[in-house]
Write a protein that binds this ligand. Sequence first.
Ligand SMILES: [Zn+2]
Length: 258
Amino acid sequence: MLIDAHAHLDHYGAALEAALVEIRQQQIFTVSTAMDPPSYGRAREIAERCDLVLPTFGIHPWRAPAYVDRLAQYRTDIERSPILGEIGLDCRWVKDLSCHPAQRRVFEYFLAAAREQGKIVNLHTAGAEAAVLQLLERYDIQRAIIHWYAGPLDIFHALVQRGYSFTIGVEVHSSAHIQAIARALPASQLLTETDNPGGARWLTGELGMPALLRGVVRVLAALRSTSEEAIAQTVQENFVRLIQDDPWLEEVRGKFVP
Ligand SMILES: [Zn+2]
């Protein structure tokens, strides 16, 4: 099975049906990360219609100011979510400095929950890579999926050193920096993503569809001088290892048993 470890299926609108058809046809196990509570509700509804979709709850840094003063209300969503994300910090796209304390409070609230509940986190690190690393250390986070990492290489190496997994996505087609990261990543920490439907739209103006993952796998194979099959196999093994022994993901593991 292919793995899309970071997408936003609740953002598809009218194209959702077509996206689910592709997910089934191409057998793409998809982690649908929420950006806020309504987004999580929609992702859970979508997952009821497709067993290849795993909905996860997070409050995205862009949405942090709207929720920072009522986080306790979402305790149940946090508890029922098997992975926490999309969460993180953003100093690249959010220029308004007054938003940053809210981002930090929300992120730390989720990190405390991840530590307490022993959960994987799915992370946004744009322009705040060093601060994210520092918090992951402080909260003793053991398992993380670092989504679309595009930051400095010294922090990348420190995150690799901590054993975290990285999703390589659609920008691998066009960015030399992402290509360097895709080459440098230890094979055991490689995952794939689309960040659909917005990731491709940001780069090319076109709505991202699930089959874009095939193109990501193709470029990864070329960059790492191996075959597409080998990349797909490695990514699936990495994902299965990541969720191994995780009591929150027992049902998901069942989908990968041959
Ligand atoms: Zn995202």
